[in-house]
Design a binder for this molecule. Sequence first.
Ligand code: ADP
Length: 178
Amino acid sequence: MPKARTPVVAVVPGSFDPITYGHVDIIERAAGLYDRVVVGVLLNESKEGLFRPDERVAMIRRIVGRNRRIEVRAFDGLLVRFARECGARVIVRGIRAVSDYEYELQMALMNRRLEPGIDTVFLLPKEEYSFLSSRLVKEVCRLGGDVTGLVPPAVLTALKSRLRDGAATPKKRQSPAR
Ligand code: ADP
């Protein structure tokens, strides 16, 4: 009998503050290519986001969690360490424009130096999402612009209520849902 193939696990890391349809596109493409996908939400102590990490994790789970191949976890520290803990052989990053490439190349080469057994794979989103970033969505929404169609409905509601509250920063810190 042929030997069973080892399932290939991919990590899709990022801040996801908040998740946009650009992220969803990349996560779903990864889930179509690999056996299991772990979305890693980076806990960045030095960069306070609009949403707390546990809120981001919960939002992402609501949006992509129905796919049984996709798991969502928060992590801190080195990405390659997290990827190793997940048993991942692949790190997936999305590339929008050429401007993403230089930073991504640096990160990918550094990560390969730190962990030669893990490769970074770059995926392209649908063209209509190739200009989209969490930062831009927050900025436009804050100024009262309509971002319908760029983020899932639950994110749109959360964005409006957070920005309407005038709360630019999360209220209370909680331990991340894992
Ligand atoms: P960062 O890690 O720079 O904070 P994000 O958390 O916003 O980036 O995004 C995580 C990943 O998703 C990165 O690989 C980023 O390039 C990718 N990404 C974000 N927005 C898009 C998009 N609109 N299309 C494709 N990839 C995207």
